[in-house]
Design a protein around this ligand. Structure first.
Ligand SMILES: *Cc1c(COP(=O)(O)O)cnc(C)c1O
Length: 424
């Protein structure tokens, strides 16, 4: 694989005109022009394999041909593009397909709310609803959780640097230890239960608990199914609502459509966004049990809740779930990736690594400060796009589109191994 960095034209326009807040263009310093499936090209014509997939927004690959066809037809026919929350045929299709293909076969009965276009809008609306329903203020979140950048979502996000950006006190939330946070052999649900049942604990009875079943930004921390079941039981015992933030690990990322399915739990509220349509068109959904639907008309509002192109993309994306083929593929590919990462960890002990993940949300936690970032920039020079996550950017994240083929997967994994060797 040829070295890529030196043939790039510089990113002058971005450096001069865009705010210092920009981030991914620093990790992946190229100007991209084209993408298809698991591949991207920059304007110098270099090809890259995408193990990042828009942070989980591109589960069906870039410019997925099935979804693109529907979008082009819709645009060509002057389909409604923007509609606030008026009734449109595209929205009707989305609601019906979500019900028929996703919710009903899984025995899930949820009302659907359109909270605004981004993930954090889904989270904010979930928090608002939980507080409204219970009349309580506190939300229990978990260590290393990530829920978005607006104030309510930041208050339940773990990362100190991100929290500091708020510039005001982040309140009405309390962080509890996630599964395995206290090390092997400590069941953190016992600690949480004790705090909730004890009138002297100093912890107010919360409105809800919110969690990711696999923490994407927080370092690919995987919650065990028994832990998730105990958390659900705790919520029932103390009359607390359970919110699952499936924004990154939902839509098939871990195999099943919802990441919580194999745990056998039924959250009261579910947040979805990134890959609902999987084409990069902003769309978020807040799903909740019908008895929680105590909103007044227009009580929660927003201009861009009617992104009909997002609806069209989503209706087609859901057709991938008419059988269990994709779920099986993700499981099989996830096993290939996991075995490879495990082999890397044992072949390169200087990584002090640990392979983690579920489905196609995999990674290696690297025990040497700064090394994960170094390896990912080596990977970029060799034509592989990978990001790090975790509080210290210590986890190298392998998150290709779910539709990647065996060849693309192998190529990407080989580049990862070469990049590890280069940092030895
Ligand atoms: C990305 C993400 C969000 C926030 O979504 P935005 O669209 O960036 O606001 C919330 N929760 C999780 C788990 C995420 O991965």
């Amino acid at each position: 694989m040829k070295a890529i960095a030196e043939v790039q034209k510089p990113l002058h326009v971005f450096e001069q005109l865009e705010s210092e807040v920009r981030s991914y263009c620093r990790s992946f310093p190229a100007v991209f022009t084209k993408a298809s499936g698991y591949r991207l090209w920059d304007r110098a014509g270099n090809e890259y394999i995408d193990f990042f997939a828009g942070a989980g927004a591109l589960n069906y690959g870039h410019n997925n041909p099935r979804i693109k066809k529907k979008l082009l037809e819709y645009l060509q026919n002057d389909g409604i593009a923007h509609s606030l929350d008026m009734a449109t045929e595209a929205k009707e299709n989305l609601l019906q397909t979500l019900h028929d293909v996703i919710l009903k076969p899984r025995g899930l009965n949820y009302k659907v709310m359109f909270p605004g276009p981004t993930g954090t809008n889904a989270v904010e609306s979930a928090l608002k609803l939980a507080r409204k329903v219970t009349g309580r203020e506190t939300i229990v979140s978990f260590t290393n959780g990530f829920h978005g950048m607006t104030i309510g979502s930041l208050a339940i996000t773990g990362n100190r640097m991100k929290r500091n950006g708020a510039g005001l006190p982040l309140t009405n939330a309390i962080a509890m230890p996630f599964d395995n946070y206290m090390g092997d052999g400590v069941d953190t649900t016992e600690y949480i239960d004790r705090l909730l049942e004890d009138d002297g604990s100093g912890v107010s009875l919360p409105a809800a608990m919110i969690l990711e079943t696999v923490q994407g930004e927080g370092g690919i921390n995987v919650a065990g199914f028994p832990w998730l079941k105990k958390i659900e039981a705790l919520c029932r015992k103390h009359d607390i609502l359970l919110i699952v933030d499936d924004i990154q690990v939902g839509c098939g990322r871990t195999g099943p459509f919802f990441s919580f399915e194999p745990a056998g739990i039924q959250p009261d509220i579910v947040c979805l966004s990134k890959s609902i349509g999987g084409y990069g068109l902003p769309l978020a959904l807040t799903l909740f049990k019908p008895e929680l639907d105590i909103w007044g008309p227009g009580e929660h509002n927003g201009t861009f809740r009617g992104n009909n192109l997002g609806f069209v993309a989503a209706s087609e994306a859901f057709s991938y779930w008419k059988d269990d083929q994709l779920a099986k593929d993700v499981k099989a590919k996830g096993e290939v990736v996991h075995a490879f990462l495990q082999q890397l960890v044992s072949s390169y002990p200087y990584l002090k690594g640990e392979a983690r993940g579920r489905g196609l949300m995999q990674g290696i936690s690297v025990g040497v400060d700064g090394l994960a970032d170094k390896i990912c920039s080596e990977a970029f020079k060799r034509g592989l796009i990978m990001e790090t996550s975790g509080a210290k950017s210590e986890v190298m994240k392998v998150m290709p589109p779910l539709t990647i083929d065996a060849e693309g997967l192998q190529k990407g994994l080989s580049i990862l191994e070469e990049s590890i060797k280069a940092c030895q």
